[in-house]
Design a protein around this ligand. Structure first.
Ligand code: ATP
Length: 358
């Protein structure tokens, strides 16, 4: 078991709330990714779950037991740090055994658990080496191994892949996903890398300014972002966001902005300021009878190999719009282009609150 309930958790430094009244339920066996920009409070939240930092207020429950005031060593959770925090003078074997020795686990059991963890992570041939005799990827495995031997209720990981090069990071990402499925344990994982979040998470909690902006499956947060912040954080390039007005025009609600016309849905609405969102991959070159129209001029083309990104300027306001299409798109810098998208691929947000409208 390893369910974690967080209730109104706050951590203040002076007047600044690094974590600002966060509540969330993490189910047993979830791979919950805490995602967000630098300084949004991810690490602070994780360290409070680990017991390395005391909250200013609020509570944390592990399997329905309040652990808010329990010291770190009494919590049945294991942390994997960004810098791995291995003991440099100890061999891999002794690094792996360390958490069990501290708990005075029986010697035979220590040996068995170390052997098992080393086998799972393919580091059995490295047991006699010291950390300095290992590559970055091998050190990372030892750090994960040291968490596995404890068989904790939850694994807490703080950017564990950030010190690996791009290729190794991709491979290790897959391995961590497979490890999670094999162990069936709860993982809480901090990253600012949206690809890690999208590929590994069962759910993503997107944080900004110490608060949860949205929590949901990768599909939910990508396909139906709850706010302008979420829309602009996810995606590469992220969602295009254009300011406009919405008003009832005959029987339709229409977003009007310079160079943009997007009849959205039937119905009445009050006139209000909105932000219209559309993902670069959902745009295409318009046909004459397409109703949704973005009038733009190509400003820059980026060749990604199989695809091309056209960065365009819409209308006279200088608002930019990225269009992602299969290469060759047939566009060139300076070309006038009319882009369109399916109505179901348009997102509407209130400009004042930033929240999603439909
Ligand atoms: P990063 O991705 O850069 O590690 P993060 O999302 O993990 O960022 P935190 O480290 O949790 O962010 O920090 C959240 C906020 O709290 C930041 O504004 C940070 O400056 C502040 N903060 C963190 N630790 C302290 C501290 N010991 N004293 C004062 N302010 C702190």
């Amino acid at each position: 078991m390893g369910s974690i309930r967080i209730r109104e958790l706050t951590k203040k430094y002076g007047d600044v709330a690094a974590v600002d009244g966060i509540s969330m339920d993490i189910d047993d066996g979830e791979f919950l990714v805490l995602l967000g920009p630098s300084g949004c409070g991810k690490t602070t939240l994780l360290r409070m779950i680990a017991g390395l930092l005391g909250p200013t207020s609020g509570s944390i429950l592990l399997d329905d037991v309040d652990i808010t005031d329990a010291p770190s060593r009494q919590r049945d959770v294991a942390m994997v740090f960004q810098n791995y925090a291995l003991y440099p003078h100890l061999s891999v074997q002794k690094n792996l055994a360390f958490p069990l020795r501290v708990r005075r686990t029986d010697k035979a059991e220590i040996e068995e658990r170390v052997r098992d963890a080393a086998g799972q992570l393919d580091i059995d041939h490295l047991l006699d080496r010291k950390p300095k005799e290992l590559s970055g990827g091998q050190r990372q495995r030892v750090a994960v191994g040291r968490a596995i031997v404890r068989n904790p209720r939850a694994f807490l990981m703080d950017e564990p892949l950030s010190n690996l090069d791009a290729k190794l990071r991709t491979a290790t990402r897959r391995e961590l996903g497979a490890l999670h499925r094999r162990l069936g344990a709860t993982f809480v994982y901090v990253t600012h890398d949206q690809v890690e979040a999208m590929t590994m998470a069962t759910r993503i909690a997107l944080l900004d300014g110490g608060k949860v902006e949205q929590i949901g499956t990768p599909e939910e947060v990508y396909d139906r972002p709850a706010s302008v912040f979420v829309a602009g954080f996810l995606g590469s390039p992220p969602m295009n966001l254009l300011d406009g007005d919405v008003a009832a025009d005959s029987e339709r609600v229409v977003v009007d902005a310079p160079g943009v016309r997007a009849p959205l849905w039937h119905g009445e609405t009050e006139r209000r300021d909105v932000v219209l969102g559309v993902r670069p991959e959902h745009l295409r070159i318009a046909e004459p009878d397409d109703e949704v129209r973005f009038d733009a001029v190509v400003d820059l083309l980026e060749n990604l190999g199989s695809e091309e990104i056209a960065h365009c300027v819409v209308g006279e306001t200088g608002t930019t719009l990225s269009f992602r299409g299969r290469r060759p798109t047939g566009l060139h810098v300076g070309a006038h282009v009319v882009l369109t998208a399916d109505l179901t691929d348009l997102h509407l947000f209130d400009r004042t609150s930033g929240r999603r409208l439909d």
